[in-house]
Design a binder for this molecule. Structure first.
Ligand SMILES: [Zn+2]
Length: 204
């Protein structure tokens, strides 16, 4: 059984948002075109309390967005305030067709640890429930779309492979944030090496 995972197509990640992914809005028409074809569709939302430690402003010292820091014992990039629970920025993009979406998984809700992956937090400890949901529907192939290709989409695919799913990145339904130039190419190579397949929506 195939599932489409729509990662974090939220206002804050679109052009004009608090943590805009370049061309992030371009994924929406592609996702809208393909989502009805999948028997299982799950959307995710980054869903942080305002006190979330991944926000540079909540870190000790004079940390700035896009610098590195430690969040829950894990070294990662620190971000501007984004996707605060219940805010407009955290809402799914209005242009995203939600009718085909069966379930919404929210992640990053623990203030002390981030969750790039739609499956687990950054320590790999706490499950979001996505794996159980997919297994209960006999899903064995996941097609991943959304934002950002080199962060949350990437981590979702790497965890999906670990969990034994066949994983496809729908490349034209995703865009990278590239905090460092070249991040996407590196992520792309790692996904391929780990066994993911990269396709365009035309080939579905
Ligand atoms: Zn976040």
């Amino acid at each position: 059984m195939k599932a489409l995972i729509i990662v974090d197509v939220q206002n804050d990640f679109l052009p004009g948002g608090a943590l805009a992914v370049p061309e992030g809005d371009r994924v929406i028409p592609v996702i809208n075109k393909i989502s009805k074809r999948f028997p299982v569709v799950v959307a995710t939302q980054d869903w942080h309390p305002a006190t979330h430690m991944s926000f540079a402003v909540n870190q000790p010292g004079d940390k700035r967005p896009f610098e590195e820091g430690i969040v829950g014992g894990v070294r990662q990039v620190l971000w501007p305030v984004h996707c605060v629970q219940g805010s407009d920025g955290a809402a799914l993009a209005a242009a995203l067709d939600q009718e085909p979406v069966h379930a919404i998984i929210r992640k990053g809700t623990d203030p002390d640890i981030d969750s790039y992956s739609a499956f687990f937090d950054m320590q790999g400890k706490n499950s979001t429930g996505l794996d159980g949901y997919l297994r209960s529907r006999n899903v064995d192939e996941i097609y991943v779309s959304g934002l950002a290709a080199d962060v949350c989409v990437y981590f979702t695919i790497m965890d999906g492979l670990q969990l034994g799913y066949s994983c496809y990145l729908i490349e034209d339904a995703s865009r990278a944030v590239e905090v460092e130039k070249g991040d996407y190419e590196k992520a792309r190579q790692r996904m391929l090496q780990a066994g993911a397949k990269i396709i365009d929506s035309e080939r579905l």
